[in-house]
Design a protein around this ligand. Sequence first.
Ligand SMILES: Nc1ncnc2c1ncn2[C@@H]1O[C@H](COP(=O)(O)OP(=O)(O)OP(=O)(O)O)[C@@H](O)[C@H]1O
Ligand SMILES: [Mg+2]
Length: 413
Amino acid sequence: MNDGIEKKGNRLIVRGHVRHNDLRSFCSKLYQTIERQQWSDVILDFSLCAGITEAVMLPLMPIIADYRENSVGFQLVEPNDDKLRRLFFNTNWAHYIDPDKYDRNPHEGGHVPALRFGDDETSASGEILTKVMNLILRQLETDRATLKAVEWALGEIMDNVVNHSQSPIGGFVQATAYEGSNRVEFVVADAGIGIPRSMNIANHAEAIRRAIDEGVTRDKTQNAGNGLYGSYRVATLSGGQFEIHSLKGSLFCKENEGEIENRSNFVPYCGTSVRCGINVSDPELLGKALRFKGRSHDPPYDYIERTFENKENELVFNVKDTAQRDTGSRQGGKRIRGMIENLLRERRPVNIDFDGVGVISSSFADEVFGRLFVEMGPYDFMTRIKICNADPTVKGLIDRAIMQRTRLGNGDA
Ligand SMILES: Nc1ncnc2c1ncn2[C@@H]1O[C@H](COP(=O)(O)OP(=O)(O)OP(=O)(O)O)[C@@H](O)[C@H]1O
Ligand SMILES: [Mg+2]
């Protein structure tokens, strides 16, 4: 049997590896089952699925939520593959397919799971932005300007859902950090009127192609028309990807290839989905990508300011607020060291505030302070890292970690 989606009555059977271009096939089979054949319950059978990503699953979430609000029930048959089954729980896909059976995942690992936003009972956009920035700062190597570029792009794409989509169920967003390629990928999708209708352009492929041009908007008096243009530039100039599906139109820009694949499809995607893959390694990205009318744009009040700057304009890393769950393990220590290294790229001191933290594990102390001390050398460490409010136990653990690590060096991983 081939990979892909097969329909048997009200059962959609997903086989093998499903790729991003299978999204339309999924939409068409849902349409046939629900609208043509009038089934009011659908079984999504992933038992034989071997691999599927957010590029297909996240855009399905608003479509499913919209059907569900119109009294269609969905039942999930979990993947047989253990890893994939866990992915369905961890990403909240299982939850949004069948919320009565599956709870929302309270833990966040290498991703920000699918979250619904833009209507009253759901997550606030600002909270989601902070979660995604947090994810990047923890998992990837980056700098403040690049974080701003990503925050700007995600904020613009989420704003579009609220401002233009008229989606009855709001939008969905999911983000994943890929450490190997130092890349973040996010997908934002809604079940709204679509870009072509919002822009009043009959040719759907053309509408999407035009939407990513500078200054193109449905209403020049209200908007600048930079959201999709800027996001497209952030993604592609970083060497990442950019993909839009809206009604019959689609647009896809592949990694490191300037070419835009702009298509008209037979099957519509009933809403808008934007997927953005951004490599966060280049500190020049913000300056290169966010230029409007020839002028560079530096977004104000960013995540670093909101989360780490105090009134005196100092960077404060509050261990209790930011790293409480990490202080018990070496793995957690690694993440926190990564965050501090990212903050240190700002070229100013970082205050690490232990207020309210009673104890940390010695492996955490070693991974953060022992390794930073050896990596930076005593002078830089002492001038650029300021530890405050550590109680005697924590102090002792940090001292010991630095002394031991100084003897060992950072070589033995
Ligand atoms: N999710 C969406 N649903 C429907 N239409 C959309 C959506 N996203 C974008 N559009 C359409 O695409 C146009 C271009 O979007 P873009 O974000 O580039 O500019 P804008 O939102 O009009 O202006 P700005 O983002 O600068 O405030 C919008 O004016 C709107 O017509
Ligand atoms: Mg916009």
